[in-house]
Design a protein around this ligand. Structure first.
Ligand code: SAJ
Length: 417
């Protein structure tokens, strides 16, 4: 039985470790955060993700997944630690570097070392290779180095981790082939081999493509708003063309991928990334656009109470990283509005969240910023009865504007009634 050591038990590392363990590998799941290891040992997981808890608990109980604070000798090392954005908008490599250093004493001849974390092109060869060669073993000859960027959508991780195809970049062709054998144990999608830099770049490009496309949709909203045209209808109709696929506008782009990865390329080649950079600016401008729309609806209402529905970066998950909602709330609070926030997917006391039905009492407007199922199934007629002024701004287009007679619902990208 082969041994795999996964470094970083976050959104990617934990499901990756659990899936390998479920396929019969002996997996050491390593995290430097003690509380994560302790809670895993006690049967709790720190991520809201459908079906993940069951799989993690099952594989821990079977003895195949071992949560650990330090690495162990293994056949394969997979680094899946965060690569956040630095203050200068560059890719922060300190966790990747620490993880690579931490395995050096455990690396043996024949080992495969795989980086899954998203990085700027060139990083695996220029930063990781010299560190693992401190083991005294030569990459490409005695040990094997590859980059296999993750491709899963939070909310459907376990499904996507197995079904999606993967790109594997190798330092040599043999490095890539060795890594492929490992992933083939659970990936049913196509696995395509390439070199390190191409794999690193492809990962960034996938997320940049979506960010730019969403920016286009958001710009259309603004343009159509100025021209009094229904942007949602335009997008729907344009998408009927077989070669057009415009994504959905919204309050902005959040999460740890689309909202961050473009900066890694922008900071590498700023003079050549004008479109990517402008797309970022457009998406970042959406929270203040939303606030303008909300203020328009509130005109004439003294000391309005504003209720924000949803602070996560997207629907039905508990992740608030880079969430545009937090920016909307910040702007509103800076303007001294009374703001009440509710999100049934977040427990953190930091955000002083209120329960949905309690939050709307005496409110003058509800702003829907996240399309959580709980908001979609809400009885708006009932909710509006306890509001002072029954106004709703639906930035995610989840409500049917026409069925609530006594509530004014304006929607992002729709011409207001
Ligand atoms: N969003 C829109 N309009 C849309 C689609 C999304 O405004 O039409 C917003 C969402 O509300 C959210 C943000 O974009 O705020 C990002 O959401 P997402 O669902 O597009 O993507 P992530 O960040 O959850 O996951 C992405 C995925 N990348 C691609 O689909 C190319 C995922 O496959 C990657 O693994 C992940 O990034 C990652 O880790 O890189």
């Amino acid at each position: 039985m082969e041994k795999i050591c996964v470094l970083g038990l976050g959104y990617i590392g934990l499901p990756t470790a659990a899936v390998f363990a479920s396929k019969g590998f002996k997996v050491y799941g390593v995290d430097i955060k003690k509380d994560i290891i302790e809670s895993l040992r006690m049967g709790r997981i720190h991520i809201e993700e459908p079906l993940l808890t069951q799989l993690v608990l099952k594989t821990i109980a079977s003895g195949n997944l071992l949560p650990k604070e330090v690495p162990e000798e293994a056949d394969v090392f997979i680094i899946a630690v965060p690569t956040p954005k630095t203050q200068e908008n560059k890719c922060e490599l300190k966790y990747v570097i620490e993880a690579a250093r931490s395995i050096v004493p455990y690396i043996r001849k024949g080992n495969i070392i795989i980086l899954e974390s998203t990085v700027t092109p060139g990083t695996t060869e220029e930063v990781i290779k010299p560190i693992i060669e401190e083991s005294g073993l030569v990459v490409g000859e005695e040990i094997y180095l590859a980059h296999c960027p993750e491709r899963v959508l939070p909310g459907s991780i376990l499904d996507e981790i197995t079904k999606n195809g993967r790109i594997i970049g190798g330092y040599t062709k043999e490095c890539a082939s060795k890594a492929k054998v490992i992933y083939q144990s659970f990936v049913s999608g196509q696995i395509i081999l390439t070199d390190l830099k191409t794999a690193e770049m492809t990962k960034l490009v996938e997320n940049i493509f979506r960010d730019v496309n969403i920016a286009f949709a958001n710009e259309l909203v603004k343009v159509c708003d100025a021209l009094r045209i229904d942007a949602m209808e335009v997008i729907e109709l344009a998408n009927k063309h077989p070669r057009v696929n415009i994504l959905q506008p919204g309050p902005g782009v959040g999460g740890h991928c689309l909202a961050i990865d473009p900066y890694y390329l922008i900071s590498s080649v700023p003079e050549l990334t004008k479109l990517i950079s402008t797309a970022r600016d457009i998406n970042c401008s959406m929270p203040s656009f939303i606030v303008t729309k909300v203020e328009k609806m509130l005109e004439g209402i003294k000391n309005p109470k504003i209720v924000v529905f949803g602070i996560t970066y997207k629907e039905n998950i508990g992740d608030v990283r880079e969430s545009p909602s937090l920016e909307v709330i910040r702007i509103l609070k800076d303007k001294n509005y009374e703001v009440v926030v509710c999100d049934p997917h977040v427990q953190d006391k930091l955000y002083q969240l209120e329960e949905i039905y309690k939050s709307v009492v005496g409110a003058d407007i509800i702003i829907i910023l996240v399309a959580h199922d709980e908001f979609k199934s809400l009885d708006i007629g009932f909710v509006s009865q306890s509001m002072r002024t029954p106004l709703i701004f639906d930035a995610k287009n989840i409500l049917d504007q026409n069925i609530y007679e006594n509530v004014t619902i304006n929607k992002l990208g729709r011409v207001s009634r």
